[in-house]
Design a binder for this molecule. Structure first.
Ligand SMILES: [Zn+2]
Length: 206
């Protein structure tokens, strides 16, 4: 089989094919590949195409729970943008690699999700952060009840702002008004933590 020009620039798992290597007699063509982790490695073309080799070897290394969680969020966001999800039809995923995202926003803390600071922007360096987010089901339940989308946040239609509120000794206390929904939500969560030293009930199963 001749060296396949088409292989150059292709991605197999974590490996990006950089160039074909001189043919060794009796062996199939091999390629110099660059792994997402930055290491370079020579890999047989057949092993790339069959999926036998997907990284420089680093994917076999044990991941920490935080790294695995972050990778899940990374892949989740990436596939939301690629799929047929209407909510994400004009959102692009512009991180080139998992490592690039980690360099940008660090590892994902437990119970948090990737969020775009500018909701009209893309998943890209400078526009992402981690936020606490309700599970989809409770999110919809809350939406019906308070029209803002999350526990502790109420949309004030007159002011066109989000109010964060928390029940405190039987009274509902206002924590302030916010232009930004997530800011209001984060404020509620911060106070909830101060008061209870744990996640609100909806977050526990997350
Ligand atoms: Zn690697």
């Amino acid at each position: 089989m001749p060296p396949i020009k088409k292989m150059i620039g292709k991605k197999f798992g974590r490996l990006l094919v950089l160039k074909s290597l001189p043919k060794v007699k009796g062996k199939c063509f091999s390629y110099l590949c660059k792994c997402d982790c930055g290491k370079e490695r020579n890999v047989d073309g057949s092993k790339l195409r069959s999926g036998h080799t997907k990284s420089c070897g680093c994917s076999r290394i044990k991941w920490t729970p935080a790294e695995r969680r972050t990778l899940e969020r990374y892949n989740g966001a990436k596939s939301r943008c690629k799929g047929n999800n209407k909510d994400y039809s004009d959102v692009k995923f512009l991180y080139n690699s998992f490592e690039e995202m980690v360099e940008d926003i660090g590892l994902c803390p437990e119970g948090m999700e990737i969020d775009r600071a500018d909701p009209y922007g893309n998943y890209e360096p400078g526009n992402c952060r981690y936020v606490y987010r309700l599970k989809q089901a409770s999110n919809q339940r809350m939406l019906k009840r308070n029209k803002s989308g999350a526990r502790g946040v109420i949309l004030n239609k007159h002011l066109n702002k989000f109010e964060a509120r928390i029940a405190f000794y039987g009274d509902t206390v206002s924590l302030g008004y916010f232009e930004d929904f997530w800011e209001a939500h984060q404020t509620y969560l911060t106070y909830y933590f101060l008061k209870n030293d744990e996640y609100p009930p909806e977050f526990r199963a997350y």
